[in-house]
Structure formats: C-alpha cells, structure tokens
Write a protein that binds this ligand. Sequence first.
Ligand code: BV8
Ligand code: ZN
Length: 248
Amino acid sequence: MTETRRFSTALIDRLRSAEAVAVLTGAGISAESGVPTFRGQDGLWKKYRPEELANFDAFMRNPTLVWEWYNYRRELISEVDPNPGHYALAQLEKMCDTFTLITQNVDGLHQRAGSKRVLELHGNITKNRCVSCSKTDGVSRTIDDLPHCDCGGLLRPDVVWFGESLPQKELELAFDTASRSTVFLNIGTSGVVQPAASLSLVARRNGAYVCEINIEETVLSGQMDETILGPSGEIMPHLVELLKKNRM
Ligand code: BV8
Ligand code: ZN
C-alpha cells in the first residue's frame, strides 16, 4: 500500500505536471547504503575535523593521514550498494521530460543505480588527480608509500576540498538547471556547504516548488515549500509509486 499521507497534493500536482525537475542530494541519500554522513551521529567527521582532512593544506601537510581517510572511504564504498532511494531517483529521471540530478556526493552510487544525467559538484572519490600536472588518468606508482603520477607528482583524490573551486562546467550547469526548474528536491543534505546549499534557494526565487526530504529539519527547512521527514530510502520509492499511479 502506497502511503499518500506524507505527500502534499501541491507536490504531487507539481511533479505530475513538472516541465523540469531538479534534485540535489547529499550524504543522507547514501546513509541507508551504509555510507556514514559527514555531520551526523555516526559522521565521518566525528573522529576527524574536516579542516584536518578535506583541504589542500592538510593534505600537503600530512598526505598519509588524508590518504588513509580516503582509502578507508573507498574501501567502504566498494563494499556497499545503491539503496532504494538511489533507484527511485533513477526511475524518476525516466518519468520526467527534463530531469537533472545534482549531487554533492563523491561515491558514484547514483550512477550505479542507473541515473544518467548526474552532475558531481564535489568530484568522485574513485578518481585520482596529480597535484603537479593535474592529469587524472596518470599511471600511479608508489613512492614512500604514497601514490605518485608518472610525472613524479603526488596524486590526490579527485574531489573538491574546502577552499577549492567547484568544477566550473558542473557548477554553471547546476545553477542554470536550478533556475529553470519547476520542482526542486533537496534530499539528504544538511544544507551547510556552499555553493551547493544555495541551489534550492535559487530555484525557489525563480518560481520552483522546493521540497526537502530529510530525517530531521535543517537550516534550509524554513525556506522550503515543504519538508518531508523520513529516510529517503523509504520516502522516495513511495513518492515514485504514487506518481506512477497518478501520472502514467
Ligand atoms: C568554494 C570533500 C569557492 C569531498 C567537501 C559561502 C558562504 C559560506 C561559506 C562558504 C561560501 N563559499 C565557500 C565557502 C566555504 C566552504 C563552505 O561552504 N563551508 C561551510 C562548511 C561553511 N565551501 C567551500 O570551500 C567550497 N568551495 O566555494 O570555492 C571558494 C574558494 C575559496 C574561498 C571561498 C570560496 C567547497 C565545498 C566542498 C567541500 N568538500 N567534501 C569529500 O571528501 O566528500 S564538503 C562535504 O560536505 C561533502 O562533499 C558533502 O557532500 C558536503 C555536504 O554535506 P552533506 O552532504 O549535506 O552531508 P551532511 O553529513 O552534512 O548531512 C547529511 C544530511 O543527511 C543530514 O541533514 C541528515 O539529517 C540527513 N540524513 C541522514 N540520513 C538520512 C538523511 N536524509 C534522508 N534520509 C536518510 N536516511
Ligand atoms: Zn603528474
């Protein structure tokens, strides 16, 4: 039985007739796959502070510590699978004329669940980049227990750290998509990291219906049209089921 009580008619109507749906996801959408979030109870940053790990200076000061953290996360991500929330978004993409999935996550689970149009704002944890020549597909060899590029440069994870600019193309496309969207879903993000956190506000300013799906209220909740409280792995499949009944 598909629960309808959770979703407003406004959301269902807007999604049914939506010309352009945009979604922003954060670590919360991968939580039910077993990937720890950053700032939650079991958060990755409970043990370390982000400043110690997710920034370039910290990396150059202690590349071994930062690589330990990323290798731990890579290992963990290689052992998990997408969850029903990821799969529901891949289905929603097929049901919408225009659909863009913007993610802050670096775990690649959306693509593994079948999502096609994915904008990775913060990079991808499975890729390396050379700090000297910026090559991302360089042959890696180990020097002093650390991965190095064939140019001799140190390799780093190809993700966006604090104080680093986001990939220009993806960022511009994300803001353009948000401003043109008629429905914007903010799923599993605490809404504290910029500039990603501004996307839903840009969408709303341009007339989109903005709905947040999270297990708790966030700093953005007061600026949403609707907040649905619950795990995305449960909410999203229900929403897609309901749309299928109402739409196709
Ligand atoms: C930049 C590395 C230009 C990748 C990360 C403007 C205003 C204020 C500050 C700034 C600003 N512009 C720039 C800044 C500084 C900084 C920033 O935003 N700081 C914040 C903390 C104040 N931003 C930057 O530095 C960005 N760069 O703007 O460049 C520039 C350059 C120089 C100087 C100035 C500007 C770069 C940002 C990217 C940083 N990289 N990580 C990696 O290793 O993963 S950030 C990290 O946070 C991750 O990327 C993550 O994606 C991101 C956001 O976190 P969330 O995904 O939201 O995760 P979180 O744990 O916080 O929340 C999880 C949520 O899920 C919770 O709400 C929870 O309730 C919910 N949840 C849990 N379970 C479930 C669930 N929801 C649903 N279902 C569930 N089951
Ligand atoms: Zn190199």
